[in-house]
Write a protein that binds this ligand. Structure first.
Ligand code: HEM
Length: 251
């Protein structure tokens, strides 16, 4: 834009400064669009999944009591609150809540990662702390591995599509056939996935403690230990049935 200043007969064109463009920053519209909101979504959905995992692991350990005990437990899951509610209602609700938790957890993780990236598109020149880089990689790799594993796992033990005993067998028979020593490669898939679940959990539970504001200098050591212990118990608990089946302890 140009303006002219009259100075006698002469006119001198003066260039007025270009209007300063303020950086357009989209304001988070609601709690869920804020970083804190997304972290809370991650913590809550993570807690739902951890609760499921603890119950699932305890249920799997029933195979050590007997095949019948494991089958009864699998049957009980489908007949919960019967006859008040029709067959499989509670289990279906649990499945819907689980799927919603997985989707929301991933949505929050991806949008937090995108936000962090767009806030600093150019990487720090200084060397990143090893712990940070490791955690980020393990969380991403873990998330994708667990998702792929889940697809296989459902086809194997829930729907029986890739299981030698098929769908019409009992849950205990499917599990025992699934971990037959001849299918050692299946055991490798499970082991890799369960270890990833453990690593993902250890970091995730610790992050959730921070989001909830529980972490401080005095408690950090205890909270880290708690997150590590929970993950270790889950890994050992999940891996014991396949190991026992492979080594013939459970037949
Ligand atoms: C080696 C460890 C594991 C074993 C032996 C195992 C075993 C089983 C079995 C037998 C079923 C079918 C239950 C039934 O039809 O009544 C099942 C279902 C399921 N498992 Fe696992 N599981 C393991 C690890 C995991 C892990 C690590 C996850 C999650 C990350 C997981 C998630 C699920 C889900 C979502 C279902 C479907 C539940 C439903 O019927 O709605 N499992 N598992």
């Amino acid at each position: 834009m140009t303006a002219t200043i009259e100075r006698g007969a002469a006119t001198a064109p003066v260039t007025s400064p270009a209007p300063v463009k303020k950086p357009t920053r989209k304001r988070p519209r609601g709690f869920l669009s804020s970083s804190n909101g997304k972290k809370v979504v991650m913590a809550v959905t993570g807690a739902v999944m951890v609760t499921f995992l603890i119950l699932h692991m305890l249920g799997n350990l029933k195979i050590f009591i007997s095949k019948e005990s494991f089958n009864e437990y699998a049957h009980a899951l489908r007949t919960l609150l019967e006859p008040l509610l029709p067959y499989r209602t509670v289990l279906t609700i649990v499945e819907v809540v689980l799927v919603a938790s997985v989707v929301l957890h991933m949505w929050a993780a991806i949008s937090l990662a995108r936000r962090a990236h767009s806030a600093r598109p150019v990487k720090y020149v200084a060397k990143k702390s090893q712990a940070n880089g490791y955690a980020t990689h393990i969380m991403r790799l873990g998330g994708v591995t667990i998702l792929l594993f889940l697809i296989w796992h459902l086809l194997d033990l829930t729907f029986g599509v890739v299981n030698p005993k098929g769908f019409d067998s009992s849950p205990a028979d499917r599990m025992i056939a699934g971990f037959d020593p001849s299918r050692w490669w299946v055991a490798i898939i499970y082991f890799a996935a369960v270890v990833m679940v453990g690593l993902h959990l250890r970091h995730g539970v610790w992050s959730a403690f921070q989001t909830l504001g529980w972490a401080n200098r005095d408690r950090n050591k205890g909270l880290r230990l708690g997150a590590g212990l929970l993950s270790a118990v889950l890994v050992v608990g999940f891996l014991s049935p396949p190991l026992a089946i492979m080594f013939g302890v459970v037949q």
